[in-house]
Design a protein around this ligand. Structure first.
Ligand code: FNR
Length: 363
């Protein structure tokens, strides 16, 4: 019998992922000045030694003011490379493929970490606590809601500078040895703010029509692809729908995916929402799989990732066997159980080798 799809290796360009059950990016709000520390080494290391086919390190700011919170990771200076390199080398020791999500939070930047939610009336991180109220910017001067800073509208020069920061971060990611990078184009952060009509009301070439709204994303992907090695995959994560009437939707995502694929983007990770508080998201097991399936069906050759309430091996494998996605990722399940891959293997009757140190754990 052939291996269940979930455990078939996946080769993208010259990089091989040993299975298709990946760790989705998750902010840990544990960095200082953007630097990784022991916590990150332990956190990502645990997935590396426990069979994950691919790890995506959390949203990492390409400039300091592009972080979501003062405690998010950064890749805006060369000094930040070494700590990440240590994690990458460790993952490689265990045959685990590892990448990093680079992004910019735009109007959703300078906020407080999740652990502080509900403890105060707004989510704004004040300057006195490491925030940057004066440097919050986005495509248009529209706040996400009254709990977030009101951004300043970006100038054309700022747009070019941020795109260059993505390029520079990609170069640093290469120096850190990452196997792939993922551009964070989802969850209401800067790239998403540009392509969604709900947050972009610009009247220049970066706003208005579909073509203008996706320009920031497409140009950024093109520029990053130029410096990112041809043998390594370039991934993007999108919010496939704003889940708001009149917002960005699945058909837009399909069109965008075709264009990004032509720019050398190999893989679209399909999430949703995060850009408008009016959003209506119908949470249920595998609730975002239809987005991945729509992109996969419409864009020949592109690889797609499914994410969202995927928490058992049979479910994950079925999504892939049905041809709805090429990879299944999980976030919260991996926090509960870093050995998710081994549980999934057991459920599917697949033999997966543990690392030597833990081999005796086999019941
Ligand atoms: C997230 N999520 C997320 N997504 C992303 O693209 N970049 C990020 O840095 C984060 N950070 C983050 C932190 C934490 C603590 C959680 C729980 C989630 C979203 C995550 O990757 C995933 O898309 C959702 O959690 C849905 O998947 P699960 O949790 O149902 O498997």
């Amino acid at each position: 019998d052939p291996l269940p799809k979930l455990f078939q290796p996946l080769k993208i360009r010259n990089i091989t992922f040993k299975n298709r059950l990946w760790v989705s990016p998750m902010c840990m709000y544990s960095a200082e000045d953007g630097f990784v520390n022991d916590f990150h080494f332990m956190h990502y290391g645990q997935f590396a030694v426990r069979g994950s086919g691919g790890i995506v390190i959390e949203a990492t700011g390409v400039v300091p003011e592009g972080r979501i919170t003062p405690n998010c990771l950064g890749l805006w200076k060369d000094e930040q490379i070494a700590g990440l390199r240590h994690i990458v080398d460790y993952a490689h020791k265990f045959g685990t493929t590892i990448g990093i999500q680079i992004g910019h939070a735009g109007r959703k930047s300078s906020t407080i970490p999740l652990s502080q939610y509900g403890k105060r009336p707004t989510l704004m991180a004040e300057d006195s606590e490491g925030g940057w109220s004066e440097d919050v910017y986005g495509p248009s001067a529209i706040a996400y809601d009254d709990k977030h800073w009101t951004p300043k509208e970006m100038t054309i020069e700022q747009i070019a500078d941020v795109q260059q920061a993505f390029v520079d971060a990609a170069v640093r990611a290469e120096k850190a040895g990452f196997d792939f990078i993922e551009l964070h184009g989802a969850h209401g952060y800067l790239i998403h703010q540009f392509y969604s009509p709900l947050s972009n009301q610009r009247t220049d070439k970066y706003g208005g029509s579909f073509e203008n709204r996706i320009r920031f994303f497409v140009e950024t992907a093109r520029k990053v692809r130029q410096v990112w090695p041809a043998e390594k995959p370039l991934l993007v994560r999108v919010s496939a729908s704003d889940c708001v009437e009149g917002g960005w939707d699945t058909e837009d995502t399909v069109e965008l995916a075709k264009i990004l694929h032509n720019e050398g983007v190999d893989f679209i990770d399909c999430s949703s929402a995060g850009n408008d508080p009016r959003q209506k998201v119908a949470y249920a097991p595998g609730y975002q799989v239809p987005y991945a399936a729509a992109v996969k069906a419409a864009v020949p050759g592109i690889l797609v990732g499914a994410i969202g309430s995927i928490d058992n091996g049979r479910q994950a494998n079925e999504i892939l066997e049905q041809g709805k996605a090429d990879v299944a990722s999980a976030a919260r399940k991996y926090l509960r159980d870093p050995s998710f891959v081994f549980e999934a293997a057991k459920d599917l009757g697949v033999f997966v080798k543990w690392n030597d140190q833990y081999e005796r754990s086999r019941a």
